[in-house]
Design a protein around this ligand. Structure first.
Ligand code: URP
Ligand code: ZN
Ligand code: ZN
Length: 467
């Protein structure tokens, strides 16, 4: 007996689109068929006119992460409820190494804690913050791998928040290369960021209108180039997070052309907002690093997605409340705002609306960068990332005609979003995880503890098929 039959939708995978049915038994998909092959099921969902896609895997979230002492408003439970409303069925969340603990201790403690809180499945990217003992860091990489955590992340900026020097990154890459792991890197040139920002501060130019100019593209481009060179030297699988500018996309494309395992990620905010946002009232709340850029950068990012330079799409969700943002900004301009924007809920629907429905990318490419490639790169495929017999029944139904006004009303416990009031056409109407309906036409049916930690096991040939 089939438990759930999703009938007559446009079923989309990275390989193609077709009208068909998806049959679910228990937590798994048992078949994807021509229309009408199964007729009976515990529940039949009419998906005529809808797109049926694998649940998105958000590769870049900062749930419950503090920045300079500022805590986000949303809890893990609220954040994963919000994710499900936006069609996200799994997050790969950053976990900063805790002071006085090793990375392994930090991650073990967090997994135990998150298991009782999460509404959707998850894995983590540990972020190495304390670099005084490189030996310990490198020695723990195999332990993390055994735990099912194939990736870690390093920053080339942020003095008090995890800056790793080039040698530390080089050592991490050597260690990860041996294990077949992935290094994620936030690439910006620290010295130039600090000193260019000091020039603005000295002139008293700390308002929002100056913010983008304090971090010009060269800051990202130079660091991206440096990281690509280290990736070439070590052969380490390297994932450049939140790429924002055309220069960085060109650099990554040139290194990928040599056959190197370098992957690019971008986020909805870079595709759908420009630096003009900073001229709007409260636009400073969207201070993110790197900053919002120009339309020509958006064009290059979309081309990068189409051409395969950018294979991964994340939100960089940092749900700091508006009081904390405003207090920092009015105290000292761009220097003291907790960086990061809100976007876990809107990120994937924005790509569907602005990318697929406006024909900038195909529906197949949408699925590939939001779900299939994340699953492949982080060792979760084919359990996640596709719609096929044996895969987890993580399924999202998009109504391409549904008009939605974005904003905090869609969220639980988020009090601002840069998308407030923006209308989009095309939105998820049903989100299912492992056969359980989490969201049906806006109603949430999930629960804290309903999600699980899912270990990743990176397989060479699968990772090599990320494109
Ligand atoms: O502003 C951003 N991007 N978020 C803060 C943490 C990060 O990823 O850099
Ligand atoms: Zn970052
Ligand atoms: Zn981030």
């Amino acid at each position: 007996m089939i438990d759930i039959l999703i009938k007559g939708g446009t079923v989309v995978t990275a390989e193609g689109c077709r009208i068909g049915d998806v049959a679910v038994r228990g937590e798994k998909i048992v078949a994807v068929t021509e229309p009408g092959e199964y007729t009976e099921a515990g529940r039949v969902i009419d998906a005529a006119g809808l797109f049926v896609v694998p649940g998105a895997i958000d590769t870049h979230s900062h749930i419950e992460e503090e920045f300079k002492g500022v805590k986000p408003l949303e809890t893990w439970t609220q954040a994963t409820r919000n994710a499900a409303v936006g069609g996200v069925t799994m997050v790969l969340n950053f976990i900063n190494q805790a002071k006085g603990k090793t990375m392994v201790e930090t991650v073990e403690g967090e997994i135990e804690r998150i298991n009782g809180l999460t509404c959707i499945d998850y894995n983590v990217h540990p972020v190495f913050i304390y670099y005084d003992d490189n030996d310990e860091v490198v020695a723990q990489l195999p332990v993390l791998k055994e735990m099912g955590i194939p990736s870690i992340k390093a920053f080339t900026v942020y003095d008090e928040g995890g800056f790793a020097d080039d040698y530390s990154i080089y050592r991490l890459m050597r260690g990860l290369k041996e294990l077949g792991g992935v290094l994620g890197v936030h690439a910006e040139n620290k010295a130039m960021t600090e000193q260019i920002q000091n020039e603005f501060i000295a002139r008293g130019e700390t308002g929002a209108e100056y913010y983008a100019a304090t971090k010009p593209p060269i800051i990202e481009a130079e660091a991206t180039h440096r990281i690509c060179m280290l990736a070439e030297e070590t052969g380490c699988r390297t994932y450049l997070v939140h790429m924002s500018c055309k220069e960085a996309v060109d650099i990554v494309a040139s290194f990928q052309a040599k056959g190197l395992p370098i992957y690019g990620e971008t986020c909805g905010q870079y595709l759908t907002m420009t630096e003009d946002k900073y001229l709007e009232p409260n636009g400073f709340r969207e201070f993110i690093t790197p900053p919002l850029r120009k339309e020509e950068d958006q064009e290059r990012l979309f081309r990068g997605i189409r051409e395969g330079t950018i294979q991964i799409y994340g939100s960089d969700h940092c749900p700091f409340g508006k009081d904390a943002k405003d207090e920092g900004y009015y105290r000292s301009g761009f220097t003291e705002v907790a960086y990061g924007g809100v976007g876990l809920l809107e990120n994937v629907p924005m790509l569907f609306a602005e990318g697929v429905l406006k024909e900038r990318i195909s529906a197949e490419r949408f699925v590939e960068i939001t779900s299939t490639n994340p699953a492949k790169l982080f060792g979760l495929y084919p359990q996640k990332g596709t719609l096929s017999a044996g895969s987890d029944a993580d399924i999202v139904l998009y109504d391409p005609a549904k008009e939605v006004t974005l904003g905090t009303a869609l969220y639980d416990n988020v009090d601002w979003t840069a998308y407030e009031g923006r209308k989009i056409v095309g939105f998820p109407v049903l989100t299912m995880q492992r056969g359980h309906i989490l969201v049906d036409h806006g109603e949430f049916y999930g629960q804290a503890g309903g999600g699980r930690f899912l270990p990743g096991e990176l397989k060479e040939e699968i990772a090599a098929s990320v494109r």
